[in-house]
Design a protein around this ligand. Sequence first.
Ligand SMILES: Cc1cc2nc3c(=O)[nH]c(=O)nc-3n(C[C@H](O)[C@H](O)[C@H](O)COP(=O)(O)OP(=O)(O)OC[C@H]3O[C@@H](n4cnc5c(N)ncnc54)[C@H](O)[C@@H]3O)c2cc1C
Length: 282
Amino acid sequence: MEHYDLLIVGGGAAGISAAKAARRAGCASIAVVDRKPALGGVLLQCAHRGFGDGCTGPEFVRQLLEDFPPEIRVISGRTVLKIEESKVARLSGGRSVSFDRLILAAGCREVPMGALPIAGTRPTGIYTAGQMQEMMNLHGYAPEGPAVILGSGDLGLILADQLAQAGIPVTLVEKKSSCGGLARNRRLLDRDSIRLVCSQTVTEVAGEKWLTACRLSSGEWLPCKTLLIAVGLRPERTLTANLGNPEWLRLCGNCSTVHPMVEGAITEAIQTGTAVWETMRK
Ligand SMILES: Cc1cc2nc3c(=O)[nH]c(=O)nc-3n(C[C@H](O)[C@H](O)[C@H](O)COP(=O)(O)OP(=O)(O)OC[C@H]3O[C@@H](n4cnc5c(N)ncnc54)[C@H](O)[C@@H]3O)c2cc1C
């Protein structure tokens, strides 16, 4: 079985930064596993210019990887299916890897439609915001309008702007009395083709095969062909949920705390990567 001093699960901004920090601190045997074919995580699907000094997500990833040490083993296209107490990770494809220390940097998970009290069947046209971002920015999918976005946080606002730029009328539905998100993203609401409805939620969807309308808590039906759920992100810790808190395990990035800005995830990951190696040397 392959063995590494440090195994990092997740190759987004946090996993990349933790790996570089651990290497800088002196750890010689490191592997980063990611289910996707390339390192970068959620940044790879972010086409907007909100990263670092105004880069897109993919540009920011290229910068992060410029000084990525070639000795760090990257195992891409493999999902970690299980982490055992015996310090073995079971990967897809029947591969297993043992380790001394593990950093979980698996990002976060969106709240899906099924977790919300929304009546009606589940016609085609309903996605989470992150799924739609990936479909549009990585696979060239063009959604049908009009669109309703539930949730006016940063993700909802960024997506509303992108849909509006593509000529799709958007209604953002927010259950709070005002729009969420960073000030720079709230400015995106100045577009005429984006309508914001506050103090409302979506209570029901209609449509046989395809979505045709969403009903608001006010009772109003909004005709739409696309509904995007952008109501929150939860740290992804499924893999380590049953392990308790062993001394060989650390978490960083969005699976530790959801960071609205990438710098927060990176700072935490650098501290984690450095500290892990310090504890191994003792
Ligand atoms: C839509 C969106 C827009 C954002 N916009 C901005 C912005 O404009 N400016 C800014 O500074 N920040 C922004 N952020 C925040 C920033 O992008 C994140 O905080 C940061 O990228 C999180 O990095 P991460 O490594 O923790 O998670 P992720 O990038 O999600 O990486 C997690 C990785 O783990 C992998 N993984 C998960 N489970 C497994 C498994 N079982 N096996 C193998 N691999 C696994 C995933 O494939 C993924 O590559 C945005 C975030 C989102 C979601």
